[in-house]
Design a protein around this ligand. Structure first.
Ligand code: MG
Ligand code: MG
Length: 249
């Protein structure tokens, strides 16, 4: 069941989302060759807790960290390691927080130092595909209009969409209905209504779409070893343009 949010609830959700957005801005400024993913994780946890939030992912179904750090061929849910980032890597940072009982969730993929043109294009196309999807998140459209816009944009650029993981509704739970696949035919699924809060999150592979999960039970990687990128925003469906809550000021 899709839970519509009142204006008061959306104000609360905006606080959690803003905290996540500001946290990601801080973390992006830390990313450079030599930095340890575990240090990004502890900086993320400090940032959230000192501002009165609770890390959303730590302990979620046993996930051990505040921040998901997914490097190169890692798609999502990377567990932060003590292995330094290197020039030429791309790194996905996925952060969630709880404030006043509501969740915010957002992700970015950033370059570590100078990266290849192909890797830069993967990042740019993935970020733009998120915005193509967000543009369809308006009252009266159907849910799969979002999915279709993302898939079309990504595949026309020559990349592929990961099927195994999807976007989601968000509110008092991290993952609420509806599930939001990043692929599909347009005009299907529930009609979008004012007050739906969605976390849209395309995961895009440079090569084939297939992924597998490592023995750590969390980290998803591309089967062919190609790079993968991930962007995510939490947003409110409105009449007309949606309001992105995880936008940094
Ligand atoms: Mg996320
Ligand atoms: Mg999410």
């Amino acid at each position: 069941m899709v839970i519509l949010k009142s204006e008061e609830e959306i104000r609360c959700m905006a606080k959690a989302s803003k905290l996540v957005a500001d946290g990601l801005t801080m973390l992006k400024s830390m990313v450079c060759p030599g930095v340890l993913p575990v240090d990004l994780d502890s900086a993320a946890e400090d940032f959230i807790r000192t501002r009165g939030g609770i890390p959303a992912f730590k302990g979620y179904r046993g996930f051990p960290a505040t921040l998901c750090v997914s490097v190169n061929d890692q798609v999502v849910h990377g567990i932060p390691l003590r292995r330094p980032l290197e020039k030429g890597d791309i790194v996905g940072l996925d952060l969630g927080a709880i404030v006043e009982g509501f969740y915010g969730d957002s992700a970015v993929t950033v370059a570590v130092g100078t990266i290849s043109d192909d890797a830069q294009r993967l990042i740019s196309v993935t970020e733009e595909s998120l915005h193509q999807g967000i543009a369809k998140a308006v009252v009266g459209n159907r849910l799969s209009d979002i999915s279709h816009a993302i898939q079309t944009y990504v595949e026309e650029a020559g990349f592929s969409i990961v099927r195994e993981f999807v976007g989601h509704g968000i509110g008092r739970d991290l993952h609420e209905d509806p599930q939001i696949p990043n692929y599909g035919l347009p005009g299907q699924g529930p009609r979008l209504r004012k007050g739906m809060v969605l976390a849209i999150e395309p995961m895009v592979n440079e090569g084939a779409p297939d992924v597998r999960v490592l023995d750590d039970q969390w980290t998803a990687v591309t089967k062919d070893g190609s790079f993968s990128a991930h962007f995510e925003h939490t947003l409110v469906v409105m009449n007309g343009q949606p309001t992105i809550l995880t936008q940094s000021s």
